[in-house]
Design a protein around this ligand. Sequence first.
Ligand code: GLV
Length: 308
Amino acid sequence: MSILYRSDEARGQAWASYFADHAPDLEFRVWPDTGNLADVEYLIAWQAPADFIASLPGLKVLFSSGAGIDHVDLSAVPAHIPLVRMVEPGIIDGMVEYVSLAVLALHRDWFDYAAANAAHIWKPLEVPPASSRRIGVMGMGVLGQAVLGRLGTYGFQLRGWNRSLREMAGVESFAGADQLQPFLAGCDVLVCLLPLTPATCGILNQKTFAALPPGAALINVGRGPHLVEADLLEALDSGHLSRAILDVTDPEPLPAAHPFWAHSRVFVTPHVASMTQPETAAPILLENLRRHQRGEPLLDVVDRSRGY
Ligand code: GLV
């Protein structure tokens, strides 16, 4: 019984040692030491190219090593092989930290003070209460709900938008295309935590920005292709949007000459908002794998028709 890990190399050994300690019956292989590909039954992967999947005749389950699965070519994964998303406490905590940091930085004018520091200017700005700010999260899945839960502890007004209605205490919920505009109209900060699907690609566009109140800010922690870059630059330059914090871009890495780098009101981080942590992810993945071995339904299986 073999598992092959083909993802971030630096974290491969931590995965291997967890499996060595807790599942000695399983042979855990770390790429590029694949051994005989014919007896690989479980694959943990970030990139899973079609020809590589085709070289694994005994594959039973494909586990994504990240929360998103948009990088996997679903047409290359035979229909009988379930694809499982990564849902684990480390990835959730990382996202909660990053979005809290970004929202608080916007709320407390941190970027203005960074500029003032650089210019040696002492200039206090108003300090409005958190209760006067409306934060909206697009995508109320596991990550979106965890983010909203934490933001609520600061006292912000919260709203969430989801494909299908998700009720959450303390959050005004909106659902579907019909309620997108009313949702956006009440977002001083818009956080994108959507999965990337054909329906959400390009959703951060001119129409979306125009529906936000003047002075609103954007935080994109979804995927680069959610955003129409030219529309963001236009909304910033016209003064309608105040600022954008982008952890994801298209392409990644963002080329050095890209206008986002030089824009004084765009702040880019290199896709680090949240990462799978082997210490917390390995136990969850192993338990899911054991479920499969016992013939029980797997958790967090991707619905291929929805794309997440
Ligand atoms: C990171 O972007 C992930 O999908 O885990």
